[in-house]
Design a protein. Structure first.
Length: 377
């Protein structure tokens, strides 16, 4: 029966990889250092982003939507349907935004979105002078106090720049010739809860991994660990802003994955419970990552994906004939496949390159799992 579980897990991963072949996005982190302002600049590059040339021009032409937020620039592929913002019809809270040389686009009212030159990054000294409703709303919103580096003029137009994204917490979604702006900044209490829960989870995750390597009982307060793991899905609904169906799929799956892992752990024999279940901790961290970044695509997904693979291979090799264990293994492989499809792949311009790196991660995880002690849920 163990062989059948391995076969089923392999089928799940392969099916998710095949689906990933047509669902590839690209995520570009933005530089938030003082030298970058007022223009958008890719992390590690000295020149501002050029929208009409090179790699980004091709990505833009082939994208169903482009989202710019303080998390970065996200190019959603044409075959990935949008979820949260529907651009199939003209809505009252969106406006037309057509391509313009030297910027991403410009609205009919003259608001310029993400210019490529600092000379074009000019704003009105008085927000009341701005004619365009979108530009006036952004201009009236306070927040750009540091490193704005924008020219102030008595103009009737407004230029959306880096500080509107990083300091005012505006998120912009451009699709089908329209743009929608929303201010999605989180309250301090939310970030405090997330930070505390993540610190607790990372700490107890390290303790659990060490216990597997040493075949020892991990230290720590089990109630605190599981409480932190369940807290993240519980508060993830606050100001949730998902863009694609892939975001929704991963958000819901990781949500139920944490609950399922907790339930399977509770149903296991007391002798098999050594500390909080590692897969629950990993699932909670991935779920929080999806919420904080409004999608799972982030550079932080790589180490978590690797640990999920290690854990999945480990349990697939070592578990006895137990239906609960098999359910947990299949859920682990499904989580790894979805994290790759909607997260890891987004870090690569070419999806097949991501698949090769994923294969290397899987091979390394399979090799490492042999070093671990007997698994628990």
């Amino acid at each position: 029966m163990r062989a059948s579980v391995k076969c089923a897990a392999a089928v799940v991963v392969r099916a998710l990889l095949l689906a990933a072949g047509v669902c590839n996005a690209v995520y570009i982190p933005l530089d938030d250092t003082p030298t970058a302002y007022p223009l958008l600049r890719r992390v590690g590059e000295s020149e501002p982003i050029r929208w009409a040339s090179g790699e980004l021009a091709a990505l833009r032409l082939g994208a169903n939507a482009v989202r710019v937020s303080d998390r970065g620039v996200r190019f959603v592929p044409a075959n990935m349907p949008l979820y949260f913002w529907d651009y199939s019809t003209t809505t009252n809270d969106s406006t037309a935004c057509h391509g313009r040389p030297g910027a991403f686009c410009a609205t009919p009212g003259g608001t310029l979105l993400f210019p490529e030159s600092a000379a074009d990054a000019r704003i009105a000294g008085d927000a009341a002078l701005v004619d365009d409703a979108l530009g006036r709303h952004i201009a009236e919103t306070e927040g750009c106090e540091r490193n704005a580096a924008r020219g102030i003029d008595y103009t009737t137009t407004y230029a959306v720049t880096l500080c509107d994204v990083t300091q005012k917490s505006f998120s912009f979604l451009m699709a089908r010739g329209r743009v929608r702006a929303a201010r999605l900044g989180d309250e301090m209490w939310y970030y405090a809860l997330v930070c505390v829960a993540v610190v607790v989870l990372v700490t107890c995750l390290a303790q659990n991994i060490a216990s597997l390597l040493e075949d020892a009982t991990p230290p720590g307060n089990l109630a605190v660990e599981l409480g932190a793991a369940l807290l993240l899905p519980a508060i993830s609904w606050y100001r949730l802003s998902l863009v694609t169906t892939g975001d929704v799929i991963f958000h819901w799956y990781s949500f139920f994955y944490v609950l399922l892992g907790t339930g399977l752990w509770a149903a296991a024999k007391p002798a098999d419970r050594r500390g909080a279940p590692i897969n629950v901790l990993l699932g909670a961290l991935l779920h929080a990552l999806c919420r904080v970044y409004d999608g799972i695509e982030s550079e932080y997904v790589t180490p978590l994906l690797f640990l999920v693979l290690v854990r999945a291979f480990h349990k697939a090799q070592r578990q006895d004939n137990n239906i609960l264990a098999y359910m947990s293994v299949l859920a682990d492989f499904a989580l790894a496949g979805l994290a790759h499809q909607f997260g890891f792949r987004a870090l690569f311009a070419q999806g097949r390159v991501a698949d090769l790196f994923f294969a290397v991660l899987a091979l390394a995880a399979y090799s490492l799992c042999g070093m671990l002690a007997e698994p628990t849920f």
